[in-house]
Design a protein around this ligand. Structure first.
Ligand code: ADP
Length: 264
């Protein structure tokens, strides 16, 4: 704690009182520390792909450009790294928008059953080659919900793309939609690598990854679940994870049938 004293003096010079202002320095320091860590993380995340691109471009300049087998591979790496940086910058922009005071939800009443099915359809199409099986436990009737459609799609995208990323070939991903009394819940269950129990509390933190190298190789930014959590809480819902190392992971979220405008 830090205290500042100001003495209040009357016009004739006599003292009237003292004002004491006490700051909670620990809280301020914590925020400052988090900010520093965040900037360091961002710089590091951008430097890694940039350094790698630089060395591939140098190799191309030093002659690899004229090697018909190597050149396309090196250009491909440069392209993949650029795409990852774009994803990272987009994720960062998202988070910064969410952190700002005028963060708004654009609410629409939609059919959640239809929305969830359409997102899964999209993944089912593209992951045909990866031999991932999708199992749906979704009601056949309409489930009305008032939510920010695009943001809910983003949450589902982040969770489903993780389930696919961390699944083995032939793995099954089960998605369920359950209607509860006051809210509805969606859960995504995979048979992937899982998350060790001691790492579970951190997976929603910005930039946190259980296995940094693996996440990078799979194109991750370490921000997907942090963004998902922020969107879900802006809707007044909650999200949590349960997992067993080498068995699989389940992400569950609940959302109220009708979110309030204006977010948190
Ligand atoms: P990333 O872009 O690295 O996937 P996320 O914020 O989406 O970042 O997830 C954070 C970390 O949580 C991941 O790096 C991974 O270690 C772990 N994780 C998330 N989803 C899964 C999953 N379905 N199976 C195993 N690990 C997961």
């Amino acid at each position: 704690l830090e205290a500042n004293f100001s003495v209040i003096q009357k016009e004739d010079g006599s003292y009237n009182g003292i004002i004491t202002v006490i700051h909670d320095v620990t809280e301020q320091e914590k925020i400052e520390q988090e900010r520093r860590e965040f900037v360091a993380n961002v710089s590091h995340e951008l430097r890694t792909p940039l350094t790698s691109m630089k060395s591939y471009l140098e190799a191309l300049e030093d002659g690899a450009l004229h090697d018909p087998t190597i050149a396309p591979k090196f250009l491909n790496v440069a392209q993949t790294e650029t795409e990852r940086m774009i994803r990272l910058v987009n994720d960062l922009l998202q988070l910064s928008k969410m952190d700002s005071k005028d963060y708004r939800l654009y609410l629409d009443t939609i059919d959640m059953t239809k929305l969830l099915n359409s997102v899964i359809d999209r993944y089912e199409l593209v992951s045909d080659n990866d031999k991932i099986y999708f199992h749906r436990d979704i009601p056949s009737h309409t489930t009305f919900a008032t939510v920010d459609r695009d943001k809910v799609i983003q949450v589902l995208d982040n969770i489903l793309s993780n389930a696919i990323k961390y699944s083995p070939e032939g793995g099954e991903i089960s998605i369920s939609l359950k209607e509860n009394e006051k809210d509805f819940s969606i859960s995504v269950n995979d048979e992937g690598v899982g998350i060790p129990a001691e790492n579970l509390p951190q997976v929603f933190d910005r930039f946190y990854r259980v296995d940094k190298a693996r996440s990078r190789k799979l194109g991750g930014t370490g921000l997907g679940l942090a963004i998902a959590k922020q969107i879900v809480s802006a809707h007044g819902g909650s999200i949590w994870v349960s997992s067993e190392w080498n068995i699989g992971t389940r992400i569950t979220l609940t959302l109220p049938y009708s979110a309030e405008k204006g977010g948190e």
